[in-house]
Design a protein around this ligand. Sequence first.
Ligand SMILES: Cc1cc2nc3c(=O)[nH]c(=O)nc-3n(C[C@H](O)[C@H](O)[C@H](O)COP(=O)(O)OP(=O)(O)OC[C@H]3O[C@@H](n4cnc5c(N)ncnc54)[C@H](O)[C@@H]3O)c2cc1C
Length: 479
Amino acid sequence: MTATLPHRAPAAPVSSPQDVRGRLARRFAAQHRRRSFARDLLYVAAWTSIALPIGFWLHDGGWADMTASVSGLMTGLGILCGLIATSAMVIMLWLSARVPFIDLTIGHDKALEIHKSLGQWTFGGLVLHGLYLVTGYALADQVSWLNEFASLWGVGDFVLAVVAIVLLAAVAVSSIAAAKRKLGHEVWQGIHLTTYAAILAAVPHQFSMSGLFSEGPARWYWLALWAATFFVMLAWRVLLPIFASLEHGVRVSRVTWVTPDTVAIEMTGRRIAALGARPGQFMHFRFLQSGLWWHQHPFSLSASPSGDVIRITVRMLGKGTRQLATTLKPGTPVLFEGPYGVFTDAARTAPDVVLVGVGIGVAPTRALLETTEFAPGHGTVILRASSDVEVAHLAEFEAWCRARGARLVTLTGHRGVRTDGTTSWLPAPHAELTLADLAPLADADVYICGPEGATGLVLADAKAAGLPADRIHHEAFDW
Ligand SMILES: Cc1cc2nc3c(=O)[nH]c(=O)nc-3n(C[C@H](O)[C@H](O)[C@H](O)COP(=O)(O)OP(=O)(O)OC[C@H]3O[C@@H](n4cnc5c(N)ncnc54)[C@H](O)[C@@H]3O)c2cc1C
């Protein structure tokens, strides 16, 4: 195993640990207040975007129409479902657009979690929208449901709306966890892209078939909202990543084995500082080498960017990462997206810090250790792996912990079982211990990173120790 030296020498402490803790407590409390305020703003904006279209509909006499007859009730319910589902769809798009303000405020993973949970409601809402409306129209026209459906076939952009529902159904089915696992990430991502086709198919009928959008403020509201959403998606998902990759010209400069199944990949580019990458963040990388270019992976920075060099550390967990580790050559050009995520100082709320890296989760932990502030004696690093040789960058962790006055706890071995029969995230001899036994948590932010199963157990430990949610920061390495 090769151990590289830390990238730069840490500054010597100039104040007493208590002074430093006091300063950090004030700074991170203020940062937390600002972030909470920004988060509240986002929630208000999201709820407003749902309430506003309903307000336009009510203002247009929606309630009176809905309460006038059974067909009116059905039609009204259909309109309500459509308005709510379409608003939710717009929120989903903004959440997946990787807009820096949203990403830094709630975190990229949280944004995707909300995006995912809204998916089912959106799809369900759109199906109900169609069912209720056709029922309402059928009752009003006094014809059967199927006859009404057939008569709508030639009206406006009805066919496109049906196509949109069918495409969204395919996306919904492919996103069920079991199906997603079976399909593999790349195939699932390909199917997921049809969402955009579904949205493009659905939007025209909003304007061509609904009286609500034919004139007045509702029409302008939706036109402006769709235009802004299209712009945001195009800018942050397509144009900015392309421009950034061209501008920085990143290439692989060195590939080094750091454990028997893990490589450190160093990449060099132009004006890397301008990327603004913070230790703990991750980026999506696509290596333009034969056999590798077609798959893109998220990897965390495993060191603070130094000069024009960035480093990631990759463990062979599947076919793609195995191919990457064993075949990647220096000189390979790299396309990237990001940096993303708030597994960084931006999430700090308290003066002390506990960093827990499980398996390859040590990568961002290593980068954070380099720069996150804490007073000497008030930082703890816990590394958890199946065996000693699996701990990537151990020599660097030791050097940084010594230099910064952090306590290093390395725990290796297979997970133990507690006397109450539950599985511990700790190795057998320490199975009865908890996170609170390993590190002082009272004034600490806890950062936990690694594969979902193991980190879930650490998270449970942190919650059981009474830590408020805002002080637990979690980066799961699977989506
Ligand atoms: C935010 C984040 C940061 C990560 N940082 C690191 C890191 O620093 N070092 C490291 O070794 N690993 C990291 N990972 C995990 C790494 O991305 C996966 O191990 C890798 O993509 C697996 O690809 P594969 O083809 O080898 O395996 P597969 O067998 O294809 O997949 C294994 C698992 O990874 C998931 N996965 C595969 N491709 C992607 C993708 N493009 N996006 C999201 N998930 C995917 C799959 O859904 C599956 O759960 C990180 C993951 C995330 C989400």
